[in-house]
Ligand binder design. Structure first.
Ligand code: FAD
Length: 280
């Protein structure tokens, strides 16, 4: 059963040293790919590029680059895709992206914002022009995107991204197997055929859980939150690991093709999850 990881670029030198060790440990498990976020939490494009190159040059694992269209025009994106392809980065997660921290979406000029399906087409065109290596991923939202007008519209946009050339999708975090399984079943009925990788994260504090629940767009699971709160300020990785293992078992039994693990730049918990699932 394949699996993959997400990391984010380090914020300083100490974090860089720790991340290099994390990358080394993650690579030893032989994942399908390691993806690197882009522009999230204010990180720079150079920081993403450096991290991607580190994965590409120091491990045998495919480095998959998140890329966002927000605030960038087609010419700039074409240059960047080619620069990264020149460095051997051929796999992308094509995203629209979010406005910079503290800026409301309404403040951003969205009139000429490139939709993520167009970024998929742009990457596919560069790939073809250069000889056709690499895969293109897109994002999916089992609980709806915050801007979602309806589930039908969400699914239609996902099918549009598939039709533009996406090879697979990765989901936003969620907490119940039925949220993923129901979404995929509905999407299949609407014509989605590409694999949908469930995105999972073993949390270790109540604060972390509240934050990712906000991202996932719904309340954190009450039982998990209670157990993490009881642990107080202590980091309690085993609670989050146990939760994700049980969720992953249900997902795999329900037909999930793979697992995508959000690492929060730590290797211990995600490796524990894979060991308990006997995937490594
Ligand atoms: P789209 O696929 O274009 O749209 C997402 C949803 O928005 C649609 O399903 C729909 O509900 C709604 N929507 C969009 N346009 C319309 C419209 N015209 N009419 C009606 N509804 C519309 N962000 C970063 O900045 N950096 C990252 O590295 C990053 N990594 C991510 C990784 C994953 C796996 C996921 C799930 C998200 C990630 N994000 C990242 C967040 C993402 O950029 C935001 O969620 C962004 O708001 C949407 O991007 P998208 O490509 O999914 O958008």
């Amino acid at each position: 059963m394949p699996f993959s990881f997400e990391i984010f670029p380090p914020r300083n030198n100490d974090a860089q040293v720790a991340l290099n060790e994390t990358i080394r440990r993650l690579a030893e498990t032989n994942p399908e790919f390691i993806s690197v976020t882009y522009g999230a939490s204010g990180s720079s494009r150079d920081a993403s590029f450096d991290t991607l190159r580190y994965v590409h040059n120091h491990t045998d694992v495919t480095a998959l680059a998140h890329l966002t269209t927000i605030g960038q025009n087609k010419q700039h994106l074409t240059g960047l895709i080619n620069e990264w392809m020149d460095a051997g980065i051929n796999d992308f997660l094509a995203l629209r992206g979010d406005p910079p921290l503290g800026q409301f979406e309404a403040d951003i000029d969205t009139s000429n914002l490139m939709p993520s399906a167009e970024l998929v087409r742009l990457i596919a065109a560069q790939r073809e022009a250069r000889g056709g290596e690499g895969r293109i991923a897109v994002a999916a939202y089992p609980n709806g995107h915050p801007r979602s007008v309806s589930r039908e519209r969400d699914i239609a946009m996902l099918v549009e991204k598939q039709d533009a050339g996406a090879d697979f999708a990765i989901t936003q975090l969620f907490f119940e197997a039925d949220e993923y399984l129901g979404f995929v079943a509905d999407a299949r009925e609407a014509g989605l055929t590409i694999p949908v990788l469930p995105g999972l994260m073993p949390v270790s504090t109540a604060k972390q859980l509240r934050r990712i629940a906000e991202l996932a767009g719904h309340e954190p699971p009450a039982d998990l939150l209670r157990r993490l709160e009881q642990a107080g300020d202590t980091v309690a990785p085993e609670i989050g690991v146990e939760f994700v293992v049980s969720l992953a078992r249900e997902l795999l039994a329900g037909g999930a093709p793979s697992l995508h693990l959000y690492t929060f730049n730590r290797y211990e918990s995600v490796i524990a999850v894979l060991q308990l699932l006997r995937l490594i």
